[in-house]
Design a protein around this ligand. Structure first.
Ligand code: FES
Ligand code: FES
Length: 155
C-alpha cells in the first residue's frame, strides 16, 4: 500500500511501488488529464510536478514519490495557470490536444520561474515536450500572451 499526495489530497493505493506514477494517476485515481504517449520518457506528454519540479510520470515509480506533493493538470491552479488557460483559448493553441496537458504544465513552470520569458527561454523550457501536430509557434504565442495577461493582472 502506498500513500500518495496528489493535488492536495492523500490517497492510499494498493499498487506495487515500481508501478509508474502515470498508471496510478490514470487507473487508480481516475485522473485522466495526464497523458500516456511514448511511455519511455521521450515526449513529455505525461509531465506532472513532484514537489514543484517537472517530472515524467511514465518513468517515475510511484514508490519513489510517496509523501511528496504531486500536482497534475487537474490540480494546476493560480494566476499563472488561469493566464495560460485564457491565452491558450485566445491564441487557439491546441490542435488534437493530446500533448497539451504536458505543454501547459511546462509553460506554467516556466512562467512561475520567469514571468517575462523571451523566445529563447521559451524554446529552452519547452523543448522536451513534443507535439506531433507541430503547434510550437502557437505555444510560443500562447506563452507570450499568458505572460502579458499575468503581468498585467499583477499590477
Ligand atoms: S509518455 Fe512520458 S515522456 Fe512520453
Ligand atoms: S496538439 Fe496534437 S500532439 Fe500537440
Amino acid at each position: 500500500m502506498l500513500t500518495l499526495r496528489v493535488n492536495g489530497k492523500v490517497h492510499h493505493v494498493d499498487v506495487d511501488p515500481d508501478t509508474p506514477l502515470l498508471w496510478v494517476l490514470n487507473e487508480q485515481l481516475g485522473l485522466m488529464g495526464t497523458k500516456y504517449s511514448c511511455g519511455i520518457g521521450e515526449c513529455g506528454a505525461c509531465t506532472v510536478y513532484v514537489d514543484g519540479e517537472n517530472t515524467l510520470s511514465c518513468i517515475t515509480p510511484a514508490g519513489d514519490v510517496e509523501g511528496m506533493e504531486i500536482t497534475t493538470i487537474e490540480g494546476l491552479k493560480g494566476p499563472v495557470a488561469d493566464a495560460i488557460r485564457q491565452a491558450w483559448i485566445e491564441e487557439d493553441v491546441p490542435q488534437c490536444g493530446y500533448c497539451q496537458p504536458g505543454q501547459i504544465m511546462a509553460a506554467a513552470a516556466l512562467l512561475n520561474s520567469n514571468p517575462n520569458p523571451n523566445d529563447d527561454d521559451i524554446d529552452a523550457a519547452m523543448s522536451d515536450i513534443l507535439c506531433r501536430c507541430g503547434t510550437y509557434q502557437a505555444i510560443r504565442r500562447g506563452i507570450h500572451c499568458a505572460a502579458k495577461r499575468y503581468n498585467h493582472e499583477k499590477k
